[in-house]
Design a binder for this molecule. Structure first.
Ligand code: PLP
Length: 392
């Protein structure tokens, strides 16, 4: 194989035109970090400018009646249809992933009051672990690191795609096993949404959260999403009793009376500018088609693993990502003891942006709409260049 084979794959790629939909101002930079912060879609620049100028600037507070009050749910429905495999009225765009996880975790714990333990992986993303550690301490619950749920388990928190290794869980099977133990599961879709087809409804998922600034390209601090299965919505309650979750919000009444639907998981005023960016990205995924994106994504990661075998394994790297494409998401992680230094040198000497996760992991993310096969080729080649022993 040589680089012309990668060029050939790009010529045959039907998603190739989507690359032009993103702001790419440095042709020499290889950006393999879109799993951490996705690129800026060109349309987002226009849409956000439009929201600022025409909606905020001209319409001012009248914009709330023009539609702003419903934006969190409307764009939630766009995500539900094109990205998450959920039904209308099951997804809300609001708050951060951390806050949404907290809200759904508490709602789930309150629904299982006689159960006293929580299952989470010891290698789970830090914010997820911290939220659960806090809840366990506040409520006197036992944290079961890595265990299987049992008759005392109220809640399991799981990532669909592991942020470190890229390993992908079996959504339907895992959900069913947790449910068989009587536990509720909150899925964190942060490293899956926008790159892996997520069939929440078909997989029987009850609760999920995820962020929108990774593969979903909605920008730093863009609002996250939460999902609550329709049948559960009336049984569960958010621990944050905010006025945006109130049934008659503008009656300004004395007592909290939550909305009968997904809107009860709202807290405060919707971040309208950020939601506009989520809307653009969700529509972009829907237009490209998540199944086509997934097919290209697995081809990209397969090429990366092929080049790992050719270039990096001989230099002492190990592969942390599963070789079976069905068992991985959209990024590939390679390990070597000096990974942190290699990451910095790749950035400074080779114009390659990756990221490092302790103790030894270099992550390479390849979002399928803006990554070419030659980018994968170049990323792996540049990383191998900084990893060779110095001559002499
Ligand atoms: C990125 C990520 C988050 C981010 O949480 P924020 O509150 O949006 O900062 C949470 N969980 C997982 C698994 C992630 O990958």
């Amino acid at each position: 194989m040589d680089r012309s084979d990668a060029e050939e794959l790009d010529r045959a790629d039907e998603l190739a035109p989507f690359r032009e939909r993103f702001v790419i101002d440095d042709p020499d930079l290889v950006y393999a970090n879109g799993n951490s912060l996705g690129r800026l879609p060109r349309e987002t620049v226009e849409r956000v400018a439009d929201v600022l100028t025409h909606h905020w600037g001209s319409r001012l507070a009248r914009s709330w009646d023009d539609g702003w009050l419903d934006e969190a749910q409307r764009v939630g429905d766009v995500l539900a249809a094109g990205v998450l495999g959920a039904r209308p009225g099951e997804v809300l765009v609001c708050d951060s992933t951390t806050v949404n996880l907290y809200k759904l975790a508490v709602a789930a714990l309150d629904a299982r009051p006689d159960r006293r333990s929580v299952v989470v992986a010891s290698h789970e993303f830090p914010t997820d672990r911290y939220v659960l550690q806090g809840l366990a301490q506040q409520r006197g619950l036992a944290l079961q690191w890595d265990g299987e749920p049992d008759r005392d388990t109220a809640l399991c928190v799981r990532s669909l795609v592991d942020y470190r290794t890229g390993a992908r869980a079996d959504l339907a099977a895992r959900t069913a096993a947790d449910r068989a133990a009587g536990a509720l599961t909150v899925w964190d879709l942060s490293h899956a949404a926008g790159v892996v087809p997520v069939e929440l409804d078909a997989a029987g998922v009850d609760l999920a959260v995820g962020c929108t600034y990774k593969y979903l390209c909605a920008g730093p601090g863009a609002p996250a999403f939460l999902y609550v299965r329709t049948e559960l919505q009336q049984q569960l309650q958010s621990p944050i009793w905010g006025w945006f979750g109130q049934r008659h919000q503008f009656a300004m009444g004395p007592a909290y009376d939550p909305q009968p639907d997904i809107r009860r998981f709202h807290a405060g005023t919707s971040p309208i500018v950020g939601i506009a960016a989520v809307d653009v990205s969700a529509a972009l995924v829907a237009e490209a088609g998540i199944d086509r994106m997934r097919a290209k994504s697995t081809a990209l990661t397969s090429l990366a693993i092929d080049r790992f075998d050719a270039w990096l394994a001989p230099l002492g790297f190990t592969l942390a990502t599963p070789r079976d494409p069905n068992q991985r998401g959209g990024h590939v992680s390679v390990c070597r003891a000096d990974g942190a230094e290699l990451c910095a040198r790749a950035r400074d000497e080779e114009q390659l942006i990756t990221d490092f996760r302790p103790p030894d992991m270099v992550r390479l993310g390849f979002p399928p709409l803006d990554t070419r096969f030659v980018d994968v080729w170049d990323a792996m080649e540049r990383l191998s260049r900084v990893s060779r022993p110095a001559p002499g």
